[in-house]
Structure formats: structure tokens, C-alpha cells
Ligand binder design. Structure first.
Ligand SMILES: CC(C)(COP(=O)(O)OP(=O)(O)OC[C@H]1O[C@@H](n2cnc3c(N)ncnc32)[C@H](O)[C@@H]1OP(=O)(O)O)[C@@H](O)C(=O)NCCC(=O)NCCS
Length: 191
């Protein structure tokens, strides 16, 4: 696979996109299955993103309706189609129930393309180390296959569990990049 990924190139390289999709589309970690999103994941999206417990650190981000979650899902699906990678649906290996969503998706942040790292799990699945297990794989894949994209975690300052996940994923703390809303952890972001 080429190591010269840029989003612009990607638009014109269906073979590269397909190669990325083959890698990112289905992954297994020790305990988890990480798979490409599907159009029928809307109910699971809403179950997690519409639960106030998921967003107790940022109540304004609770998804207000199934339709809202489905709209987000469609945007993420379009990104998979266009780029060959994106956020995963996460299950326990061998199980069907989605326990979380996460991974990396391309995003423009501070006028640069980044691989934004994300993790949202149902409360029942918290406390087992599933988020760092997924995040470590996401970081490793991004660095190996999307080397031009810095991997960035933007974490709420009042969310110590999330900060811990970023640390355990191997992302260095970049206090120099913090803003009013987020603490920043990043790999591959040169000043
Ligand atoms: C944040 C979240 C992803 C963590 O996932 P998880 O699979 O439960 O992660 P872990 O089991 O590894 O626990 C996270 C770590 O934070 C620690 N932690 C949990 N709550 C904490 C708290 N209130 N204060 C300090 N540390 C805390 C845990 O002890 C653990 O630390 P350890 O690695 O030293 O053992 C999960 O709780 C979640 O989905 N929350 C809702 C969505 C969210 O906040 N996402 C992040 C938005 S930026």
C-alpha cells in the first residue's frame, strides 16, 4: 500500500481506498470485534448517543432523536464510502450486540486533516478497558496506513476516564494545543 495518503489523493485512488477498507473494515483485538458501520446501525447509535449517561460530561451533545442519530450515521457511512476508513461499531468478539462506537475518522481541525480518535460506549460496558483496547488498535492502524494524518484526541477537561483512555492509547499529551473546550493528545502533529 502507498504511504502517501492525502485526502485529495484518496478521491482519485479507488484502489487505495479499497485497500484501506480491507484493512480497517474488520478488525479483531483480544476481546473485541471492530467493524465498518452499516446502514442498520441507527438504533444502536441512538441507544448510546441518546443516553444522557453517555454525555454526563457534555449534556448538550446528547442525540435528541433516532432521526438525529441516523443522520450522523449516514454522514459517517458516506465517509467510509469516500475514504475507506471511519468509525467502527464495536462488539464483543463473537457477539452481535453493539457496545460502543469509536475509532478514527478524517476531520479538518485547525485547518489540517487529522485522524480524529473517538470512543463512546454504553455504560454497562465501562470499566473493562474496552476503550483503550480499541483505541490502541485505531492508533496503530492510523500511524501505519494513514501516516500523513496526525492522530488527535480532543478530550473534555472534566472527563478523567476519557483522558486516561487517550494516555493508554499511547497519545502524548499536547498541552500546547489545548483550547477552552478540550485537552489535546496527539501523535504526529508537528508544531
Ligand atoms: C470514557 C470511556 C470511553 C472509557 O471507556 P472504558 O472502556 O470504560 O475505559 P476503561 O475501562 O479503561 O477506564 C478508563 C480509565 O479511566 C479511569 N476512570 C474512570 N472513571 C474515572 C474518574 N471519574 N476519575 C479518574 N479516572 C477514572 C479508570 O479507572 C480507567 O483507568 P485505568 O486505565 O488506570 O484503569 C467510557 O466511559 C465512555 O464511553 N464514556 C462516555 C462517553 C465519553 O465520555 N467519551 C469520551 C468523550 S471525549
Amino acid at each position: 500500500m502507498s504511504d502517501t495518503y492525502t485526502p485529495q489523493d484518496q478521491q482519485h485512488q479507488p484502489a487505495h481506498r479499497a485497500a484501506l477498507a480491507a484493512i480497517f473494515g474488520a478488525q479483531r483485538t483480544e476481546r473485541l470485534a471492530l467493524r465498518r458501520l452499516r446502514a442498520d446501525d441507527g438504533a444502536a447509535m441512538f441507544a448510546i448517543h441518546g443516553d444522557p449517561a453517555t454525555y454526563r460530561h457534555k449534556p448538550s451533545s446528547v442525540s435528541p432523536s433516532l432521526a438525529d442519530s441516523e443522520e450522523t450515521l449516514r454522514a459517517w457511512l458516506r465517509q467510509w464510502e469516500a475514504e475507506g476508513f471511519g468509525y467502527w461499531a464495536i462488539t464483543l468478539a463473537g457477539a452481535q450486540e453493539i457496545i460502543g462506537f469509536g475509532g478514527v475518522r478524517r476531520m479538518v481541525w485547525r485547518d489540517r486533516d487529522i485522524a480524529n480518535i473517538y470512543y463512546r460506549y454504553m455504560p454497562r460496558a465501562w470499566g473493562h478497558g474496552y476503550a483503550p483496547e480499541m483505541a490502541r488498535r485505531a492508533v496503530a492502524l492510523a500511524r501505519a496506513h494513514l501516516p500523513r494524518l496526525p492522530v488527535v484526541a480532543r478530550v473534555g477537561g472534566v472527563n478523567p476516564a476519557s483522558q486516561r483512555v487517550a494516555e493508554r492509547a499511547g497519545l502524548p499529551r499536547r498541552a500546547d494545543l489545548d483550547d477552552d473546550e478540550y485537552l489535546i493528545y496527539a501523535l504526529g502533529w508537528d508544531a
